[in-house]
Design a protein around this ligand. Structure first.
Ligand code: ADP
Ligand code: MG
Length: 727
């Protein structure tokens, strides 16, 4: 029996780097060339249209139809010049990923000819027949109408031959059906809540922006090897596979030399990113073999999130040119690190102040501490909901496993800020907070001007302060960042509103601003130090016990985590801030449960098929050969064959035992899958699917043991060592 696997591995190993398509000139020459940003707007729109559009963008004012027509005309001319033939509203439905429906510019002119046409109406709104996007029952299929509407704060761009218009996606009754709509509402809520707090310290502040810098981790797998693994093809992860003798023990992959095939891929991705105006900055090998990371310079959060979605799409397409498939799955391979997407997040004002940076004087330092503490208080109050915001069937393999942030949301501040907070509790309210090293003051509370302690970062913490920002690390690599950012922003907005009200009350009693602020902050500081803040090892069992005692959410079940979204505290917060109504929250939970079950049950079906159709035949063939060998031994050495063939006998017994284990577990998994499938209710189905996931895990352990003992030549699936070290 020849083994296809060997040929595939040989071929993959021989592949060489593909030539890159780098345009002439420096990246700054073509940066943003495929974006209808301000410079193209100026070039393709008349002065008045330009001014009106910029006004709409900056101040969130709707575009009137006369202006929309002129904008559309300018865009069309620009798009045609850049080779576009089609246009689409580009949106982010509740499936992970983006959606688009292309319409050609071509329009019959009524005289037998065609012209390219694009008007303001088509720019502003589109009506995709979108009944099959997940909506949690908000749109019954007979009322399939949802519509997409341009989000002018995110610039239009060209992808391949298509003009893409970043859009929100809502039902005709106004409920959000996507990620962007609630994100935009939540970002507005933060602005509305943060501006009055900023004005306590500086009356000039008019806007507060949220910033996001994502770090995208991913795996690359050779496309031929990928195609030889049905589990990767259908589920995005390997459902079985014995660990490779060498994996990441030597830590030789992290920051190591990037293989040339991969560098070529990265270069093409960067070129595509630059043309799309995405400020990609870093690229490096990650910890696991075949794992990499890329990160841009941070941007305004809504734009940054669009950019993340755009680059994920580009990576998926460009990988194929280089003979790779890119895996965004959070845990494609067991036993080595999975992939996350750290969300570096901060707030800043229109006056250019980073609200998570200390300032020059006591007042601005107090402002820094104010935002710092209120954010922590928000995270503490909604720690369970924040965890739910990053939970998914894929991310379940990371959260709570031994490498990614644990399934408990705590915060890491570092020694300096922990000391500062402790000190603030000791000194009288109103004591100035000074920059370290400034002389001639009565030094009581000191903070450094710049935090340089990035070295003592605690990698096990899901929410860490890293000098000028918080880093939410529990977000999954395949996730839309908006899920996490919407919750984080809502929590922070709610907390800032409550804080401002308390400060106002204290001011009304005649306290100075400094005293009023610190009197309000002190109970918050005491509470977060006791409950949320944790500097130790987040993976330890001791922490799980301790966290539970502290009252942090320690729920491990993904379907149960989602219940946080409809808990009274969450419903109050979201409805009061106008981010979600209760119907939307329920609908979204139905979508989350359904997505969870669907993914897990696809895995279950796939694993059963592979166990029966791939694994067991290979094991039985090996067993048959061993038996043949044993028979020959018996024929030739009838007296002492039992001693001579002791290895064969042992192996036959092992094989037989594993094969029956596998069959038994596969049947059990199949039953569990069918039982889950038969449930009507989304939640009940997800809970039942979770049981199937546990059985799948047991099944794979038996399969992996069988792989370990079976003749290498008989194993039909590319092994971990073959998939993970090709370059
Ligand atoms: P590391 O891996 O050390 O965390 P990276 O350079 O890979 O750092 O990524 C850091 C990310 O944080 C980048 O996207 C960077 O632009 C972003 N970032 C830096 N400062 C801020 C800030 N104030 N607000 C939001 N994001 C920030
Ligand atoms: Mg980071």
């Amino acid at each position: 029996m020849g083994n296809l696997r060997f040929d595939v591995v040989q071929e993959a190993f021989k592949k060489k780097a593909v030539a890159t398509e780098t345009p002439a000139g420096k990246p700054s020459d073509y940066f943003g060339s495929l974006v209808f940003g301000r410079s193209n707007m100026r070039k393709y729109l008349d002065g008045q249209t330009y001014e009106r559009l910029v006004h709409c963008i900056d101040d969130g004012i709707p575009l009137d139809s006369a202006i929309a027509d002129k904008v559309a005309e300018g865009m069309k001319v620009w798009a045609l010049e850049n080779g576009a033939t089609h246009v689409t509203h580009w949106f982010q439905p509740l499936t992970e990923g983006t959606a688009e429906k292309h319409d050609s510019f071509l329009t019959p002119d009524g005289k037998g000819n065609v012209i390219e046409q694009f008007d303001g109406k088509s720019l502003v709104q589109q009506e995709p027949d979108a009944s099959s996007f997940p909506n949690g029952g908000i749109r019954a299929t007979f009322e399939a109408r949802g519509y997409t509407a341009w989000d002018p704060t995110s610039p239009v761009f060209i992808q391949d031959d298509t003009l893409c218009i970043p859009s929100v996606f809502v039902s005709y009754t106004g409920e959000a059906l996507d990620y962007k709509t609630p994100l935009k509402k939540a970002l507005k809520a933060v602005n509305d809540a943060a501006v009055p707090v900023c004005r306590l310290f500086d009356a000039k502040v008019k806007r507060v922006y949220s910033y996001l810098g994502w770090e995208q981790e991913y795996f690359l797998v050779d496309e031929d090897l990928f195609a030889a693994r049905p589990d990767l093809m259908l589920t995005g992860r390997t459902l079985m596979g014995h660990s490779s003798s060498k994996n990441q023990q030597l830590s030789d992959h992290y920051f190591g030399a990037i293989p040339s095939r991969v560098t070529a891929f990265m270069k093409d991705v960067e070129t595509a990113g630059y043309k799309l105006g995405i400020p990609l900055k870093t690229r490096h090998n990650e910890v696991a073999p075949n794992q990499f990371e890329m990160a841009p310079v941070y941007e305004e959060a809504n734009l940054a999130n669009d950019h993340n979605q755009m680059i994920m799409n580009a990576m998926t397409r460009i990988a194929r040119k280089h003979g790779f498939v890119v895996l965004f799955h959070e845990k494609p391979f067991e036993g080595i690190n999975g992939s996350g997407k750290h969300n570096n997040w901060s707030l800043g004002t229109d006056t250019g102040v980073g609200l998570l940076n200390p300032g020059k004087d006591a007042k601005s330092n107090l402002r820094f501490v104010t935002f710092f503490v209120n954010i922590l208080a928000a995270v503490q109050k909604h720690n369970g909901l924040l965890k739910a915001s990053v939970a998914s069937a894929n991310n379940a393999h990371r959260l709570g496993a031994q490498e990614a942030p644990p399934a408990i949301v705590s915060a890491f501040l570092g020694q300096t800020m922990t000391d500062v907070l402790r000190k603030l509790l000791e000194v009288p309210s109103g004591t100035p907070i000074v920059i370290t090293g400034k002389k001639g003051r009565r030094v009581a509370v000191e903070i450094p001007e710049i935090f340089v302690d990035n070295t003592d970062r605690n990698r096990t913490s899901p929410f860490a302060f890293t000098g000028n920002r918080f880093e939410f690390r529990a977000v999954g690599s395949s996730a839309n960042c908006a899920g996490a950012l919407t919750v984080l922003s809502a929590a922070v907005a709610q907390q800032l509103i409550a804080f401002k009200a308390d400060v106002d009350k204290a001011l009304a009693t005649g306290k100075t601003l400094e005293v009023a602020v610190m009197d309000t902050l002190k109970p918050l500081i005491a509470s977060v130090l006791d409950t949320l803040c944790f500097e130790g090892n987040g993976y330890s069992d001791a922490w799980k016990k301790e966290a539970k005692k502290r009252g942090l959410d320690v729920e491990n079940s993904v379907p149960k985590m989602f219940c946080q979204f409809t808990a009274p505290a969450s419903v109050d917060m979201f409805t009061q801030l106008g981010i979600y109504n209760e119907k939307e929250l329920q609908a979204r939970n139905d979508v989350k449960w359904d997505t969870y079950s669907t993914k897990v049950l696809i895995e279950a079906r796939m694993a059963v098929r592979m166990a029966i159709n791939h694994v067991m035949p290979a094991g039985m063939e090996y067993q048959r050969r061993l038996l043949e060998d044993l028979n020959l031994m018996r024929q030739n050495f009838p007296q002492d064959y039992e001693t001579l063939a002791v290895t064969q006998i042992t192996l036959i017994r092992e094989c037989a035992a594993l094969l029956s284990e596998i069959k038994e577990q596969a049947d059990k998994l199949s039953d569990a899958q069918k039982a889950a499938e038969s449930k009507e209710d989304s939640y009940a189905k997800a809970i039942a699917a979770e049981k199937a996931a546990e059985i799948l895990h047991t099944l794979r352990q038996s399969i992996d043991k069988l792989e370990e003992i079976t003749d290498n030549a008989l194993w039909p699936l590319p092994k971990y060592r073959e998939i993970l070290f090709i370059n």
